[in-house]
Write a protein that binds this ligand. Structure first.
Ligand code: CA
Ligand code: CA
Ligand code: CA
Length: 746
């Protein structure tokens, strides 16, 4: 088992709600207004820990199709067989999506949960067993509050105003400009995997689908039962009494967050409807998936919710109707952990279905939380209005892009100038009045950076539904605006000691600041795709067929023209304006073929096919080295190879020999003790990736100056006998020349 989750158990934060949030913690709001940690970190596993197990015998669940009941039957049989074989008592077993199971086992006397997990992993049918852990929420056209939605602006909104929220900010996402291009398709579904939603919010209700409540644990659900078809947020407040004992012991005492309602409003508040705020998207439907309740939510519920939203079957739950299958899923939740096998399993299934998962990086100012750090997830870091990283946001190489996360500038008590305003509710326990966040009841956290990007992804998919997640992510990143480097702001991961602010880099905050306008323009461009043989498998001078037929264009567009061209090297194309072509590769050197697709609107994309033979060069190509200790360093350069490494030889012998000189793994040639015959040897660097390609240098060994008191022995130059060679190799140069000269064959 990995390092104790108890140690790692600093959880990501819930939303901040003005004075309510400030009472929780001390740090200045600019630094981390949203972070809250459980007083009892053991709450991550709960008092009766459960694990998520995948059995090999259940096979891989259907990626493209909804699972059948037969698979479910096989799965429950796997649990029964496992219990009998492992000699364990299963006190709770629930089949999850993707062939996984949530299991609670009766521990043996004195057995820790970690030891129990280790024992389960020994079973031959167990593919993986990971803890089922709690994750936590990371945490407005003519709509009258839109002016306060600084993060959506693009032009100088009120350039003359002294109110900084009304002027364009560097990290604002240019949504206004994007809406001139597209406001999102009404057939697209974006899932909000969160606390559920308040269906009666007047600025949200028209956008909401029925969704589902996946919280199996009644104490967490707070709606009096387990899973049900009503995804209404029942409130997630935790009382002092609940925190002291019972199933929520150790959890933070807090008011209801209405987190899902806040997240949903950013993605898709009812827009241009004369009330409240504006969403990043105006038309797509929002599918509320309730997985977070009191004290966060369990992996087992989050994973099932993610699966169901995308159209996968979840045992015991009626399937999501196909019209409501989500193509985008927003997860503004997580906690500090490596990506688990359970999340990897569901992510690979969702990616295969073309579903884009967007997750908040976390509010720990540390490594990216899980599931944001899982492969294929669009991880979003939080930015200040100026485009620097806001203090609380987690950061790291897993981040895809940055987006506004909200920052206050003023300390606690003053208005929060750069709140991410959205739909909310004023109830501290059960729901009260529908409201909006603002400068006094502010809303900040990476929880709100993620839905900004989910909205952008929704706009992109609405104009180009054929993009794979990888293709969409590439266009999203290409469209991101470069991070600023303000003077006096430490470069991430270093940070300002007071605020935590730092200047983002592409290795800490992703490709740049998410830009809705550029992303949408990128999605509208054709996608040029060239398929052909792997260049490394191609023989020089052979005919290669290249196809551009897999290329596609944005929805509603048609292909205008194709163009094949040679941008470097030599070769002859059989045709240049068709979807497919062929080329004879050069017998020496390489060639780069470029394929350009132009759609009927004149938008273009290109893709290159490179044929390059592995090339090795050596430097210098000639050298003169004195015998008996002289050295020469050679450098080998390898091109067109993934592996840049070479193997060194002297006269065809790897690493050389005492007779002709030796060469180290670093290319350092050391002359032999005496001048060999012939006196010129060959040093060769051979490509490790393709040993057919090499480069050589000639080295002439010269005699060392004669010793001052040469006592005879003749002209030298004779060969050492075998014994002498072995001694030389074994003893190195610890012997003076006089010593080994004595061993010379007569
Ligand atoms: Ca329920
Ligand atoms: Ca419910
Ligand atoms: Ca509105």
């Amino acid at each position: 088992m990995r390092a104790s989750p108890v140690v790692l158990g600093l959880v990501s934060a819930v939303v901040a709600c003005g004075a309510f949030a400030q009472q929780r913690l001390g740090p200045p709001s600019e630094t981390n207004p949203v972070r809250h940690q459980p007083t009892d970190a053991a709450a991550r596993l709960g008092d009766t820990p459960r694990m998520i197990v995948k059995f090999r015998s259940t096979g891989s669940a259907g990626v493209a199709q909804i699972q059948s009941a037969a698979i479910e039957t096989a799965a429950s049989a796997a649990v029964t067989k496992f219990a009998a074989r492992a000699g364990v008592t299963v006190s709770e077993a629930r089949a999850l999506a993707a062939g996984m199971h949530a299991l609670r086992l009766e521990p043996r006397a004195g057995e820790s949960f970690a030891a129990q997990l280790a024992r389960v992993r020994l079973d031959p049918d167990v593919e993986f067993a990971v803890p089922d852990e709690r994750r936590f929420p990371h945490a407005v056209p003519n709509d009258p509050l839109f002016n306060g939605q600084w993060y959506l602006q693009n032009g100088a909104y009120v350039a003359s105003s002294t109110d900084p929220t009304l002027n364009t900010q560097p990290s604002a996402i240019h949504a206004q400009a994007a809406w001139d291009i597209g406001k999102g398709s009404s057939t697209l579904v974006i899932a909000v995997i969160d606390t559920g939603v308040l269906y009666n919010h007047p600025d949200l209700s028209s956008r909401l689908l029925p969704g589902y409540d996946f919280i199996a644990d009644t104490a967490v659900a707070n709606d009096g039962n387990g899973r049900d078809a009503d995804a209404t947020d029942a409130g997630d407040w935790v009382t002092q009494a609940e925190s002291t004992s019972g199933p929520l012991s150790g959890c933070d005492v807090e008011n209801s967050s209405w987190h899902g309602t806040r997240v949903a409003g950013i993605i898709g508040a009812a827009s241009d409807n004369s009330i409240g705020v504006t969403g990043v998207t105006w038309n797509p439907k929002i599918l509320p998936i309730r997985v977070l309740g009191k004290c966060g939510g369990w992996d087992s519920d989050i994973i099932d919710g993610m699966s169901w939203a995308a159209g996968l079957h979840v045992p015991g739950v009626p399937d999501n109707p196909q019209a409501n299958w989500a193509k985008v899923e927003n997860l503004s939740l997580g906690s500090t952990d490596p990506c688990t096998a359970s999340y990897q399993t569901v992510m690979s299934q969702l990616t295969a279905r073309g579903v884009i998962v967007v997750a908040s990086a976390g509010n720990e100012a540390g490594p990216v939380d899980t599931p944001a750090n899982c492969p294929g997830v669009v991880a979003v870091a939080g930015l200040r209005h100026t485009g620097t990283k806001v203090g609380y946001s987690s950061l790291g190489p897993e981040v895809t892009v940055g987006a506004p996360g909200g920052n206050c500038v003023n300390g606690p008590g003053g208005p929060c100038l750069f709140s991410i305003n959205t739909t909310a509710n004023d109830g501290t326990t059960t729901a009260g009045n529908s409201t909006y966040t603002g400068q006094t009841n502010f809303n900040v956290g990476t929880s709100f950076s993620a839905p900004i990007v989910s909205g952008i992804v929704g706009l992109m998919l609405s104009v180009n539904s054929a993009m794979t997640p990888a293709q969409l992510i590439a266009r999203l990143q290409q469209g991101a605006s470069a991070y600023p480097s303000p003077a006096g702001v430490p470069v991430c991961p270093a940070s300002d000691p007071n605020t935590g602010e730092c200047a983002c880099t592409t290795s800490t905050c992703g490709a740049g600041m998410a830009n809705a306008e550029n992303a949408l323009q990128g999605a509208l461009r054709p996608m040029a795709i060239v398929t052909g043989p792997s260049p490394s498998s191609v023989t020089p001078g052979s005919t290669v067929n290249l196809s551009g037929s897999a290329s596609f264009v944005a929805d509603g567009r048609t292909i205008g023209s194709y163009l094949w061209s040679i941008v470097s090297g030599t070769g002859t194309l059989t045709s240049t304006n068709t979807a497919d072509t062929s080329i004879v590769t050069p017998s020496s050197g390489g060639v780069t073929v470029r394929f350009t697709v132009t759609d009927d609107a004149g938008r273009q994309d290109t893709a290159d096919w490179n044929f390059g033979q592995v090339g090795v060069t050596i430097s210098p190509t000639n050298a003169s080295v004195q015998a008996a200790g002289g050295t020469q360093t050679f450098t080998a350069t390898v091109v067109n190879a993934t592996d840049q490494g070479v193997t060194w030889q002297v006269n065809g012998v790897t690493f050389g020999s005492a007779l002709v000189g030796t060469v180290s793994v670093f290319g350092v040639y050391t002359a032999p003790a005496t001048v060999p015959s012939p006196a010129t040897v060959t040093v060769t660097a051979i490509s490790n990736e393709d040993p057919a390609h090499m480069a050589s240098a000639q080295v002439t060994i010269t005699a060392p100056p004669a010793p001052p008191s040469s006592g005879g022995g003749g002209g030298g130059g004779g060969a050492l006998d075998l014994l002498g060679l072995l001694c030389l190799v074994a003893l190195g140069r610890r012997f003076a020349p006089a010593s080994w000269r004595a061993r010379r064959a007569s």
